[in-house]
Write a protein that binds this ligand. Sequence first.
Ligand SMILES: Nc1nc2c(ncn2[C@@H]2O[C@H](COP(=O)(O)OP(=O)(O)OP(=O)(O)O)[C@@H](O)[C@H]2O)c(=O)[nH]1
Ligand SMILES: [Mg+2]
Length: 465
Amino acid sequence: MAGRLAIAEKKQLERYIQSGPKNFNLLYSFTRNGADAAVFHQNCDSKGPTVTVIYNTLGTVYGGYSEKSWKSEGGVYYRDEHAFLFQLQQNGKNVPAKFSVKKPDKAIYCHNSNGPVFGGHDLNTFSGVLPVQNDQYTTNGSFTFGHSYDMGGISADQFTNKVKTVTELEVYSVSDLPLLPVWREIGGWEQQDLEELKNEMDTWSPPHGVGLKLANILFLGPVGAGKSSFFNTIASIFRGHVTGQAVCGSAEQSITSKYRMYRVRGSAMTKPMKFKLCDTRGIEENQGIDGTELNYLLEGNVPNGYQFNPSTPISPDISGFISKPTLNDKIHCVCFIIDGSTATVMSEKMLEKIKSLQTKVRQKGLSQVVLVTKIDKVCSHVEEDVSTVFQSLAIQELVDKVSGILGVPRSNVLPVKNYEKELSVTNDVSILALLSLRQILRATEDFMFNLLDVLDDEKDSESLE
Ligand SMILES: Nc1nc2c(ncn2[C@@H]2O[C@H](COP(=O)(O)OP(=O)(O)OP(=O)(O)O)[C@@H](O)[C@H]2O)c(=O)[nH]1
Ligand SMILES: [Mg+2]
C-alpha cells in the first residue's frame, strides 16, 4: 500500500528536509495497522528519519519530521536540530508551511504508550488504542504548539481546525533516493546524439508503397496534461529556441479550443517534416471529446482549425466537414498524453473515459502510445537533471503503473519533460522528447505496414484473377 501522501506533497517535504531527493516508505498507518501505539512502535522504532502525517476530517494535513528514530521508552526526549512541524493543506487547499524546532533538545518524545510526539508536547498525536467509527478516529492527544517549535504566529486552532477527528495518520521512513542502474537503454545525451535524432525525424517518411504523403498523429489527453506543450517542445527543438506556437497554460477547462494539425519545420524557409502533430481540446470527465467525436477525428472528417464547441458536438453539419476523407486525411497513430504527477490518482470517471477512447482506437487497428509528461514534478533527480530519467526509481515505477492502468506495453509508455519555464533548449530535454517522437513514428509505421500488407494482399488476389 502506497499511502495517501501525494507526489507533490512528498516533493514539498523533500524541499523542507533540504538534503536532496528522498524515498518515502510507508511504515505504519491507522487504516492499515489500526490506531494502536504498540503497533506504531513495532513498525516504526529504530527506523531512522521519519515523517508523520495526519489527515483530519476537515481536509487539513499536517505533521512532523525528525531524523531521530522512534523508541519504546518510558518517556525520553531526543535532540534533533533538523526536526520540524509542517502543514501541507488547510481545509483541502494547498497551504504548505514549515515550523522549525526552537528547542532541539525536546524535538521528539518517546514513550511506549504514545504514538509520535513532537516537542514538549507541541504535537502529541495519540496514546493507547483508539476506537474507529465510520472510518474516523477521535485522537486523545494534545496540542501545545509553540513550546518547542517556532510556529511563526500560527495558532493551534489554525493548525488543526480545533478538531481531533482524523481519517488517517501515516508514518513514513525517509531515506536518500539513490539512482538505479540504467533501466531503459538509449543512445546517449550528447550533441551528436541529438543531431542524429533530429536527422532521423527530418528524413522520416511513410513506408514506400502505402500511398501516404505524411503521417497524422493525434494527441488526446486530459485538460492541462501538456499536449500543446509537447508540440511546442518538438517545434522548439527544430527551431533551436523555445517557442510558444501552440497556446498553453493552466485552467479548469481546456486552453486549446481549436483542432490544429501542426507541421514541424526548422524555419519558415525549410521544408516541413513528413508528419503532422494534431492537437485537440482536453478531455474532461463530463465534456470534451467523446467516442463519436473521436470517430470523426480518426476518420479525418474534421478540418484543420475547427473550433471545438462543448455545447455542439462534431457532426456532419459543422463548417468545413470533410465528408469524403482520403487515407491522407485520416489519423495514423494516437498519442495519449497524461500528466505524470497526477497519473496514479486519476479519477475513476476520467480513467473510464480514457479507456473507452482507447477501445475505439484499438477497434480501428491504430497504434497507440502514451506520453507521461511533467516528470520533473515526479522525481527531484529529474528536476535537477533530465538525463537521470532512466535511472530514476520514481519514473520507473510511474511507467510501470501507467502501463498497467492503461494496458499499453511499457515500451510504448514514454516519459517526457516539456519545455515550459526554460528560455533556451537543452540537449537532455530535447533528446528525451525526440526519443518519444521516434517511438511514436515507429508505432505509426506499424500501422502503415499493416496497411501495406492489406494492399499487397489485394494486389496479389487481383493478379490471380
Ligand atoms: N513542470 C512541467 N510543466 C509542464 C510540462 N508540460 C506542460 N506543463 C505545464 O502544464 C500546463 C498545461 O500545459 P498545456 O500544454 O497547455 O496542456 P494541454 O494538455 O494542451 O491542456 P488543454 O489544451 O487545456 O487541454 C502549462 O502551464 C505547461 O507549462 C512539463 O513537462 N513539466
Ligand atoms: Mg492544449
